[in-house]
Design a protein around this ligand. Sequence first.
Ligand code: ADP
Ligand code: MG
Length: 353
Amino acid sequence: GIVAKIRRIQPLSPALANQIAAGEVIERPASVVKELIENALDAGASRIEIYIEQGGSTLIEIIDNGNGIHSDDLPLAVLRHATSKISSAEDLSAIATLGFRGEALASIAAVSRLTLSSSQSDEGIGHEVTINGSAYNPTENSQPITAVAHQRGTRIQVRDLFFNVPARRKFLKSVSTEFGHIEEVVRRVALSHFDVAFSLVHNGQIRLDLPIADSGELRAQRVRRILGARFTETSHWLDCSSIYMQLSGWLGHPSEARGQADLQYLFINGRMVKDKTVSHALRMAYEGILHGHQHPAYLLFLEIEPDQVDVNVHPTKHEVRFLAQREVHEFVRHHARQTLAQFKTAPAELADA
Ligand code: ADP
Ligand code: MG
């Protein structure tokens, strides 16, 4: 018969613990790109260059011109639960950065060959550290830090993602599918950060090249380049505010609605999210002007006081929780409905009280 082997409990090695935790944050190359771009934005970069090889399976490289990392802090950057963004429980209630968990670099380093270099000065000198799929442990395996020529900012190269997690590597899709996911991440970030220039290069080919959009015309140009001319020309602009929130963006014409929710972009405090409260409010606003199960198209930005929203819901941070959920719902529904009343195709009784 089957005899269960008696096993004793032992702590996971830091390397294995990191690999397991990495699975939650890093699902595919696009997740790495998202985390690295968010770090660059948190560092105040105004220019982010993204170089991808083979859909990200062989190389993901991100160069930013942000604040950089102090050379002494380089090893800490890849240490799990080490962050420069929060330092107390109070900070958790008003998060102003995209990251705060101190998990991304540790996770990526655990499942790839990662080289991180950075400089905080304009003197052309920086420092570099390399981690090859291991967990950094300050007492055991301190990594050599070397001086390198470097512009102000940070450069991260992630090679051979999941090389040491065959079960994961096996599930990577084709180069074009993985690159498609990466492109979508970059699009979404570019739509929410007009004050940052982005470039995206795949296998040596420039796929996106977006200059800083600091005028209305350049903003419209960026939106058009990303969402297409039809959406931009037929949608209605919305801009409204209450005491603690502001909603702005474009509501798509009913004819732009689709069977899939692929043209729905919602940013809450600069963070791309899928939020049930807001999407339900929008569905209600479009009620009666969309056919059947069509999904409205929109690009919306909701700015809300940080203490009114909890972003600490899920590690991948696609969800948020509002303190005043009902108010947010009613605010969005009401103003969206008013804007939609402008569409000539809309029934006359559309505008509500
Ligand atoms: P988090 O973003 O949650 O703090 P990460 O693992 O993504 O955690 O990054 C760890 C730390 O490394 C950050 O808190 C930050 O201090 C530093 N860091 C990472 N990427 C950059 C970057 N591009 N520019 C400057 N500092 C960075
Ligand atoms: Mg981060």
